[in-house]
Structures are given as structure tokens and as C-alpha cells.
Design a protein around this ligand. Structure first.
Ligand SMILES: Nc1ncnc2c1ncn2[C@@H]1O[C@H](COP(=O)(O)OP(=O)(O)OP(=O)(O)O)[C@@H](O)[C@H]1O
Length: 497
């Protein structure tokens, strides 16, 4: 080719463009679904490396001297809580009173969780202002964490439930006015419904971002005067399932009155606290395997129960209820059968309230208080339950009714059915029936495929593959766990200069 020759585009070699194929599209969709599935690997990366970074640059930071401590409003085993205010308020500072917690070691976790919540679902929890680790004076121990929130209000749900006036003492607070109904079950039911809706909404937002609270109880639910809603507080025992923070349960952080029977949010067979990258990559799988959010649902079910039954609002009666329920093998219906015949007026009132509208309240309660986590409803599914439909069951359209039937079917636990099928497979190995015995199944897991029996070989391969995947998963996680991993995230917590 001579210099100055004209080259036509059509004569150039064709560019190899991106070819869209059906398997490629399905693979991409599967990858996107995985990355966005609860607790959200992709949103997690964006949150940690973009949002957190931007927030740090834009939000004001504080030091110890900026605060004036007021009266003490709470003291737990791991911190002291004060009402506080700013020493020299500026126009850009938060308005009104503040709450300041001086916390020990668990303060770091609480700062992490509060910052995560502020970015992902600020309205679910008390409005977090700032958190830092105080400067260490030489020879003065490990230092404390200071956490600052806006003062949301005077009352926790516990304070409000202690009053004989409950739930009427909450009515104007959340609904803004007194309902045009005579005092009685129907009116009380409406108030309890509204409270439950607010609580489940807050809990659903927390769970959607991969945080399990683990200490849900009326004492940790504050009424926010500003937003006229209930908000969750005290994230010191929470676990962040996205990155595996606070993943190992610390039993002493849990309140036995409200904890679910399993005690642990993750199966004890799941390898302990994975390192952050592993936890992040596997978080959707681990979430689906363990359904850790159902731990909070059980506690929320107990709060629902206490709101419905005035006689179960004291500590001693709740402890007694827990004992009775355990004796009934956590079957709420059989507990009801035991106590209803000799129920006092208060207990009867609770049953009547939950039995309104065809027992839809009782149905929701039993979906929350179940022994097996997998049988409990999620917060999202609970919010879609017809209990929260204004007109109740009768007001449901044909389609809504269909959805309810679907909802009930999906809430069933099919693990028993799976066990039954496996059991049948194993039992069918008797000489009279033919097939595989338990011992033969075990043998199948161990042997190499033999020629001549394709069915037998296929099953053996599936079982071997399943065992191999589980083993590899466990080994790689344990391997990565050996690295120091517990405190990597505390780098994110600001320190006082
Ligand atoms: N943002 C807030 N606004 C108003 N009051 C609050 C706020 N946060 C906490 N409180 C009050 O402080 C009390 C103690 O708070 P919190 O439960 O977080 O502390 P704690 O040290 O973990 O206590 P405990 O160990 O007893 O649970 C709460 O019961 C509540 O009355």
C-alpha cells in the first residue's frame, strides 16, 4: 500500500464484537442475583469502599471536649449512658439533646453497626451522630469508646408496656389522634398492629442490610418523638453477616428471656467466624443455609405476645411462659390448649385479641414463635401477612386470598419432607422392597463407581460431590480463619487525636 492510498472501512478486518448468547445471559443474571442476594455482596462493597469513605470526609467529627455530660440514663454491663449536649453548638451541629454512651470493648462493634445502619436504613435505629475511641493516657488501660446519638425520647417500649394504660398510652403517640372507637379489643388491636408494623419494618431494614440484632427486647426499642415511630437501639450484640463481624455468638451478650431456643444464629456446623473476604463471598450461601434473621423474629414474636397478653408483661411471667412453652416443645397451639381452660381474665383477653378477624393475629404469632428457625417467617413476609391488612381477612380480594394460601404454603418447613424421602430411600433397602439401606448409602459415598449400574453410580457421584464440596468449603474457611481477622475492621473506627 502506497502512502496516500484510501482505505475503505469495509475492507478492514471485522472487529470481534461481544456475542450475546442464552447461557451467557443466564450466567450473568445468576451472578448479579447472587451478588445482590441478602445480605448483599455488591451493595456491601459499594457501602464499605465508597459510601463509608465519602461519609467520613463530609460528616463533622467530634472530640471528648465537645460534649457536656448530663444525667445518667442507663447503665449496662458494658457501658454507661448519659444525656448530653454540645459544649459549643454550631449551626451545622445536630439540634436538641444527645445521648452519649461510654462503652468498653463492645463499643467498637456498636460504632461499626451504627455507621452501617446510618448509611443503609437510618430510620430503623436511633439517629447516630458520631463514635470514636478516646485517646489513651499512658498506663490508663485500654481506653473507652464514645458513642453519640440524638436523644430520641424518654420512653422505651418497655416503659410504655409497664403502664396499665398500655396500649392506649401509645395511641396518640403513633397515630397522632385518638381513634374514633370505644375502648375495647378492636381499638387495642389496631394500636398493637401499628406498633408491630413499625417494629417489623425496622427489623426488615436491618436484616436486608445483613445485620442481625440478637438482642431484640422492649428495653431496646425506643419511641422517637421526632418521627413518631419506634426505633431499635443497642447494637452492641449485633452481627454483621456481610463481612462476618461479631459472627461468633457471645452467649453472655444475649438476654435469655427473649432469645430464640437455638441460641446461635449460625449452625454450629458452620465453621466459626470466617475471615472477611470469605464471609463476604459466601454470605448469601451462609444466609440461606442458616437464616440468621429468624433469631430476631423469635424475640419479636415474644414482644407481640407480651403486647397481646397483659399478664405476660412482667419478667417473672415471661420466664414462666418460656418454661411452659419449652415443656410443650415450643408448640404454641399446645401451650394454648394447656393454659386456656384455666385462663384468668387477662390471659383470655389476649386470646380474644389475637382471635379477632378469624384468628389472623394468632396465626402470625405462631409463625414467629416456632422452634425451628426455618419454620419462622421473615420480617418481610410478616409485613405482607393479612394481619396488617386494614380490613382483615374479609377485606381480602380473590388475588390477595390466593397470595395468602401461597404464603401459608411457603411457610411450611419442607425439611421434614426431605428427611422423609431420604428415610424412605434408606428404608427401601430392605430385602423385601429392594433399593438402598443407610449402610449402603454410606458405602456409596465411599466407593468408586462400578461398571454396570448407572443408577447406583449416579447417586454415588452426587453423594461424593456433596461431601467433597462441604469438606472443601469447611477446609478453606478454616484455613483462612487462621489468619488474624478479628480486629481488621476496627481500623475504620476513628480515634481521638
Ligand atoms: N437515642 C436514644 N434516645 C433516648 N434514649 C436513649 C437512646 N439510646 C439509649 N437511650 C436510653 O439509654 C438506655 C440504655 O441504652 P442502651 O440499651 O443502648 O445501653 P446499654 O449500656 O447497652 O444498656 P443495657 O446493657 O441495659 O442494654 C436505654 O434503655 C434508653 O432508655
Amino acid at each position: 500500500m502506497e502512502c496516500g492510498d484510501i482505505i475503505y472501512r469495509s475492507t478492514l478486518p471485522q472487529q470481534s464484537g461481544l456475542t450475546v448468547t442464552a447461557p451467557g445471559v443466564s450466567l450473568a443474571l445468576a451472578a448479579v442475583s447472587y451478588l445482590w442476594a441478602t445480605p448483599g455482596v455488591a451493595p456491601g462493597f459499594f457501602d464499605m469502599f465508597v459510601l463509608a469513605f465519602v461519609e467520613r470526609r463530609l460528616r463533622p467529627s467530634y472530640r471528648k471536649e465537645d460534649f457536656v455530660l448530663g444525667k445518667k440514663i442507663g447503665e449496662g454491663a458494658f457501658g454507661v449512658v448519659y444525656k448530653a449536649s454540645l459544649a459549643k453548638p454550631k449551626p451545622s451541629n445536630p439540634k436538641g439533646d444527645l445521648v452519649l454512651k461510654k462503652a468498653t470493648e463492645y463499643g467498637a462493634v456498636e460504632i461499626w453497626m451504627n455507621e452501617r445502619v446510618r448509611r443503609a436504613c437510618a430510620s430503623s435505629c436511633a439517629d447516630f451522630v458520631y463514635g470514636f475511641r478516646e485517646s489513651l493516657l499512658k498506663g490508663k488501660g485500654r481506653g473507652e469508646y464514645w458513642l453519640i446519638w440524638r436523644f430520641e425520647g424518654e420512653d422505651t417500649l418497655y416503659d410504655l408496656m409497664k403502664s396499665k394504660e398500655f396500649p392506649y398510652n401509645v395511641e396518640t403517640k403513633i397515630l397522632g389522634e385518638v381513634q374514633d372507637l370505644p375502648k375495647g379489643l378492636e381499638r387495642e388491636n389496631k394500636i398493637v398492629q401499628t406498633i408491630m408494623k413499625q417494629l417489623l419494618f425496622a427489623l426488615d431494614s436491618l436484616h436486608s442490610t445483613g445485620i442481625v440484632h440478637r438482642d431484640i427486647k422492649p428495653q431496646n426499642i425506643i419511641f422517637s418523638e421526632g418521627s413518631r415511630t419506634f426505633k431499635i437501639i443497642d447494637l452492641g450484640a449485633a452481627a454483621d453477616l456481610r463481612v462476618g463481624i461479631n459472627y461468633i455468638p457471645k452467649e453472655f451478650l444475649l438476654d435469655p428471656r427473649y432469645t430464640a431456643p437455638e441460641q446461635y444464629i449460625m449452625s454450629t456446623q458452620t465453621p466459626s467466624a470466617p475471615s472477611a473476604p470469605v464471609a463476604t463471598a459466601l454470605s448469601p450461601v451462609l444466609w440461606q443455609m442458616n437464616l440468621p434473621d429468624r433469631f430476631d423474629i423469635y424475640s419479636m414474636g415474644l414482644i407481640f405476645l407480651q403486647m397481646a397478653f397483659p399478664s405476660l408483661r412482667t419478667d417473672s411471667s415471661l420466664i414462666q411462659f418460656n418454661r411452659q412453652l419449652k415443656r410443650c416443645e415450643y408448640d404454641l397451639d399446645s401451650w394454648r390448649k394447656t393454659v386456656e381452660p384455666r385462663a384468668n381474665a387477662d390471659l383470655r383477653k389476649g386470646f380474644e385479641l389475637l382471635d379477632l378477624d378469624g384468628g389472623i393475629g394468632w396465626e402470625l404469632l405462631t409463625l414467629m414463635i416456632q422452634y425451628k428457625a426455618r419454620q419462622r417467617t421473615s420480617a418481610k413476609a410478616a409485613l405482607a401477612h393479612p394481619y396488617f391488612n386494614q380490613e382483615g381477612l374479609l377485606g381480602l380480594s380473590y388475588m390477595q386470598n390466593l397470595r395468602l394460601q401461597w404464603f401459608r404454603a411457603t411457610q411450611k418447613d419442607y425439611s421434614d419432607a426431605a428427611m422423609w424421602v431420604i428415610g424412605l430411600m434408606a428404608r427401601s433397602g430392605t430385602e423385601s422392597v429392594g433399593g438402598f439401606t443407610e449402610a449402603q448409602l454410606q458405602e456409596l459415598r465411599d466407593i468408586q463407581p462400578k461398571k454396570g449400574s448407572s443408577q447406583r453410580n449416579a447417586l454415588a457421584s452426587v453423594l461424593r460431590l456433596q461431601r467433597k464440596v462441604t469438606r472443601t468449603l469447611n477446609e478453606s474457611m478454616n484455613e483462612l480463619n487462621r489468619q488474624t481477622k478479628n480486629i481488621w475492621w476496627s481500623r475504620w473506627i476513628p480515634k481521638e487525636e
